[in-house]
Ligand binder design. Sequence first.
Ligand SMILES: *Cc1c(COP(=O)(O)O)cnc(C)c1O
Length: 367
Amino acid sequence: MSSEEKPVPSLRPRPVVDRLPRYAAGKPASAVDGLDAFKLASNENPLPPLPEVLAAIAEQAAINRYPDSLATPLREKLGEYLGVPADDVVTGAGSLGALVQILSAFAGQNDDGRPDEVIYAWRSFEAYPICVQTTGAAPVPVPVLGDGRHDLDAMIAAITDQTKVIILCTPNNPTGPALTRAEVEGFLARVPSHILLVLDEAYTEFVRDPETVNGIDLYRNYPNVVVLRTLSKAHGLANLRVGYSVSQPHITESLRLVATPFAVSTLAQDAAVVSLENIDKVLARVEELVQERNRVVAALKEQGWDFPETQGNFVWLPLGERSPEFAAAADSQALSVRAFGTEGVRVSIGEVEANTRFLEIAKEFAG
Ligand SMILES: *Cc1c(COP(=O)(O)O)cnc(C)c1O
């Protein structure tokens, strides 16, 4: 190597790009002789797509043409399913795509150089800090309480003149608890109406607590509420990238202006429509997973674990320093789970055999 100084490249990304946390996607499990490998690391639906959905995809041959950018038939179907005007629905490439629209339109760096602020709970969905900082806005993470619930009082206390958006994740990924309707309405009463409140309800179909907030019931009465939903989890369409937001027209108008054109392919739109036409089958599968969740939760309690209540398709084990050790033990049994630093481990509810194997590993770490 020459001792010459390397020239500083003149082409540099915006300084914020170097500061972004890395999104650590869930990995497949290591191969282990004699064991089927299972991935419980990305909260995916373990069940294969409905045959009706596969047939719809197989029939869609016109991929030389751009998709309908407004996804009109899908929005009409969603409007019917949710009981809302189709115009209140804006689709995106996954609900992450829909979240990026919201942040691009409502938060960022301003002409005076001062960044807007976006408040969210932490730990929560790993994508939030990346999406928020990319817009140029300043992230304001507010630690969750010991039981994994949002600290709503602390989130109110974090509001400043710069606050533009607050994200509530219910059920919260990765800790599990959902917010109640009373909690969210009480919160909204304290949030100035010029601040946008995003309710991320990616796991809404898995919720069984009747007190849980339903953003679709709320947004009509609150002009500053946007609800995020996805077909990635309950519908098992994670790979097709289809999600959406629901909000009042004065918001959707801005979201459509910033949306990436053609973000949702015709394959994804058709699959989503057919999945919604077969919603009874989708919900029956969700119920199977909820039954599995109940079995896993009961068994963990039996083993002596103390962990947050979960309303999603995953459980959170607050393993602290032992988190990486637990993930390694699972991997040695051909099971991939998600360790978040030295905070805890999130394990998705998957195939029955995978859940049973997870419980066997958990038993070794219990108490
Ligand atoms: C999985 C997940 C999403 C969904 O992402 P898509 O882009 O729709 O696949 C959104 N929010 C949370 C909290 C999630 O866990």
